[in-house]
Design a protein around this ligand. Structure first.
Ligand SMILES: [Zn+2]
Length: 135
């Protein structure tokens, strides 16, 4: 478990922190605060008591529910879900010679996006933990 220090920075897609009281995960975009009320249990938690979570520790459906992008991979095939307001942009393609070629891009509802992520996980696709969550 890693606690927040003054050196902790949030990536552009947001950082994930775990509440020490209820273990719920929240997403933050910066650490310019001293304490934050947990969205789940309502407890006011001092900054140095929250634990920083790597996205690889989280369920990809939870990452998407928290409004952050998710990329799943099956070797060279990838699929990315990018939250965009009240919609999610779903993109898929292949990585060829280290380039990500986009083969399709559609807008879907968050409910459909969550179901798609779930289905891909059931078929053995894995969270792409490199980078910022989106290809
Ligand atoms: Zn809590």
């Amino acid at each position: 478990m890693k606690l927040i220090t003054r050196h902790t920075r949030a990536p552009r897609a947001g950082a994930f922190i775990r509440c020490p009281y209820c273990d719920a995960i929240s997403k933050v975009h910066h650490f310019a605060w001293l304490a934050l009320a947990c969205q789940s249990c309502g407890e006011s938690v001092a900054k140095d008591c929250w634990a920083v979570c790597d996205r690889s520790e989280l369920d990809p459906t939870l990452i998407l529910q928290l409004g952050a992008p998710v990329t799943l991979r099956d070797q060279d095939d990838w699929c990315t879900w990018l939250p965009d307001g009240d919609r999610v942009i779903s993109m898929y393609g292949r990585t060829e010679s280290r380039r990500n070629r986009v083969e399709g891009r559609i807008q879907i509802t968050p409910e459909v996006a969550l179901r798609q992520v779930q289905t891909h996980l059931e078929y053995g696709w894995k969270l792409d933990v490199r980078g910022k969550g989106a290809v």
